[in-house]
Design a protein around this ligand. Structure first.
Ligand code: G
Ligand code: G
Ligand code: MN
Ligand code: NA
Length: 254
């Protein structure tokens, strides 16, 4: 496959980039952090979505390389922002299920952050329910190591996977990310409203914070703030932005 061959060369050719989507505190709109999202600038196809190339990277065994590039780039960007006095409290980086197959994951993440000069406290790792559930014991052990280093751990797309609550409770999480499928029809849809409220209640009881994804309307923002979501992310605030566009967004008074 041509795309597969191209993807193998994409890192070396500098075709990968990160965009950053703001996450804001529900209470006052202050910046809580950003989520880093991979983009591939293909010379002929234009921008390729991670939905199209992450599965290929997993299949052909180069997801670790891509994932580690993304983490290193996010860490370098944070160091650059701090040097320039740009206050981005934290960056969330997505981890693929396959990255957990590797017993050396926690050690390599530590090395990547040390190399970039980024404290672990600046970094949140997003794992999906399915990633954690494929190998719950391995995932729990890797996440324990990462937590001890000082990284934050978020469960992405929460509510869409197949995690039992028993397994969920064994993972050392800091954050639940309420999947945007539960946000989309708020505030009118009673089922989604019930799920959103239940997730917030569960998170509270477990001592976790809640990030709601896919917030697109003012009515959704108000509903999610009212039920006690801590942090909101979505097109209402901003789309994923290049680093330069994020800096401009931060500099624009609300
Ligand atoms: O940014 P966008 O909505 O196109 O992202 C689509 C999907 O790709 C999301 O599920 C997102 O989590 C995933 N994704 C984006 N960046 C990365 C990354 O660096 N690593 C992994 N594993 N997934 C990513
Ligand atoms: O699976 P994950 O949560 O990592 O996916 C992040 C993706 O969600 C990004 O590709 C981003 O483009 C997309 N996204 C972010 N905000 C919104 C939103 O408000 N509405 C929709 N439909 N998608 C969003
Ligand atoms: Mn994510
Ligand atoms: Na998500």
């Amino acid at each position: 496959l041509a795309l597969e061959t191209d993807l193998r060369r994409a890192v070396a050719r500098g075709q990968l980039m990160l965009v950053y989507q703001p996450q804001v505190h529900a209470a006052d709109g202050r910046l809580a952090g950003v989520e880093a999202l991979l983009r591939w600038q293909h010379p002929e196809r234009g921008t390729v979505s991670p939905l199209d190339f992450i599965p290929i990277a997993e299949e052909v065994g180069i997801i670790a390389e891509l994932g580690e590039w993304a983490l290193a780039e996010a860490a370098r960007q944070m160091v650059d922002w701090r040097r320039r006095g740009i206050a981005v409290p934290r960056v969330a980086v997505n981890l693929s299920a396959r990255q957990f197959h590797d017993a050396g994951l926690a050690g390599r993440i530590e090395a990547i952050l040390a190399e970039a000069g980024a404290p672990a406290e600046w970094i949140e790792l997003e794992i999906t329910e399915s990633a954690a559930m494929q190998h719950p014991a391995d995932a729990a052990e890797a996440l324990q190591h990462l937590r001890r280093q000082g990284l934050q751990i978020a469960m992405d797309d929460f509510g869409t996977g197949h995690s039992s609550l028993a397994t969920l409770c064994k993972l050392p999480l800091n954050v639940l990310k309420l999947d945007r499928s539960f946000v989309h029809r708020l505030p009118e849809a009673e089922t989604e409203a019930a799920v959103a409220e239940a997730v917030v209640t569960l998170a509270r009881r477990l001592g976790l914070s809640v990030v709601a994804e896919g917030v697109e309307t003012e009515a959704q923002r108000r509903f999610l703030a009212d039920i006690g979501c801590d942090v909101l992310q979505g097109f209402l605030f901003a789309r994923p932005l290049t680093a330069a566009a994020l800096e401009a967004w931060l500099a624009t008074p609300i």
